[in-house]
Design a protein around this ligand. Structure first.
Ligand code: NAD
Ligand code: ZN
Length: 348
């Protein structure tokens, strides 16, 4: 089969012919129906190097995956060949207390896994290939309501990550509250929809690209703002005019973090999702009183089931552009140049 391989850090991924894997006991072989191209893969290609992570290349890219069950390993029950499924991306040890709670993103014993802290497309072979080997059937979720795998794939990260972040801040997102999404790309356009679907907040979206601001509007944002000198005032003027209860920064650069601090209200949550490498000066007077500054990482299986339920009921829809596997490397160039609206999905 063909696979898009990252062969070393600081390299361009390449298409290679590799053997079709066979699922071991408890595993599932998924015929890939869609693999989303996440900006995190650009960070992987451009910024990571040996020693930074406990895993590294070579591996097949693609950590946002959905498809059809193609083959089942010994002992797997409850799934059928041909069934459409989404893949939960973070693969923990499965047996520690955290994993038993479903928090495989925060596994206590990542050293017991083949790619500690990673998963398919992150140290292990991912879904930018004809087939994806999922080591355990617990990482597979049946697709509800006729969702097509190419539409569902982005929901497993670009949808799940903001969902996890919004869910965590839900007590602060009461009707009339203000939520700000900075960066309306793959994750951000779904963050806007998640906020509209499960919270009562007035949603303000900020993006430097006009196309992304238009996308934010289509996704239901109440107010859209371009970054710049007036951005803090424009965002603060939205809704009740007192600043935001929750800010989700999908970029994470110095300027967006400064904007996040500038627009947030006392008692707010500032959640850093983007790994743009910036930092937020933190001190008693640099963020509003009792603001909580937090990072967030991906989401868990239960939350993915909830995300897929929202999608099956038409409350959440990834805006996607599909590309064949042969063009997968070029998709990342488009993403790097800021030419993708919503999510680019590779369809083998
Ligand atoms: P994307 O490229 O699809 O979207 C980024 C958006 O941010 C674009 O619309 C771009 O125009 C906008 N933007 C960039 N710089 C900006 C600025 N200074 N001000 C305003 N807008 C700006 O990226 P994505 O795939 O949505 O990923 C977003 C970030 O989230 C990346 O850093 C990615 O690595 C990270 N990420 C984190 C997690 C996690 O679990 N924490 C999961 C997935 C992705
Ligand atoms: Zn574990």
């Amino acid at each position: 089969m063909t696979a898009l391989r990252l062969e070393s850090w600081h390299s361009t991924p390449v298409l290679r012919e590799v053997p079709v894997p066979t699922p071991g006991p408890g595993g599932v072989l998924v015929q890939v129906g869609g693999a989303g191209a996440c900006h995190s893969d650009l960070h992987l290609m451009d910024e990571f190097s040996d020693g930074l992570l406990p895993w590294g290349p070579p591996f097949t890219l693609g950590h946002e995956n959905a498809g059809w069950v193609h083959a089942l390993g010994d002992g797997v029950t409850g799934l059928e060949v041909g069934q459409p499924v989404a893949v939960v991306g973070a693969w923990g040890c499965g047996s520690c207390d955290r994993c038993r709670l479903g928090l495989e993103t925060y596994c206590d014993h990542p050293e017991r896994t083949a790619a500690p802290g990673g998963g398919g497309g992150l140290g292990l072979d991912g879904g930018m290939a004809d087939y994806l080997l999922v080591p355990s059937a617990r990482h597979v979720v049946p697709l509800p309501g006729g969702l097509h795998p190419a539409d569902a794939a982005p929901l497993t990260d670009a949808g799940l990550t903001p969902y996890h972040a919004v869910r965590r801040s839900l007590p602060k997102l009461l009707p009339g509250s203000v939520a700000v999404v900075i960066g309306v790309g793959g994750l951000g356009h779904l963050a806007v929809q998640v906020l509209k679907a499960i919270s009562g907040a007035v949603v303000v979206a900020v993006d430097s690209r006009e196309a992304s601001r238009d996308l934010a509007k289509r996704c239901g944002a109440d107010v859209v703002v371009a970054p710049g000198d007036d951005a803090v005032a424009e965002v603060r003027a939205a809704g009740h005019g007192l600043g935001a209860e929750v800010v989700l920064d999908m970029v994470g650069s110095d300027d967006t973090l400064a904007l996040a601090a500038g627009v947030s209200r006392q008692l707010s949550d500032i959640t850093v999702v983007g790994i743009g490498g910036g930092s937020l000066p933190f001190g008693f007077f640099t963020v509003p009183y009792e603001a909580s500054v937090q990072t967030t990482y991906w989401g868990n299986r239960t939350e993915l089931v909830e995300v897929l339920d929202l999608a099956a009921r038409g409350l959440l829809r990834a805006e996607t552009t599909r590309f064949p596997l042969a063009e997968a490397a070029g998709v990342y160039d488009r993403l790097r140049r800021g030419e993708v609206a919503g999510r680019a999905v590779v369809v083998p």
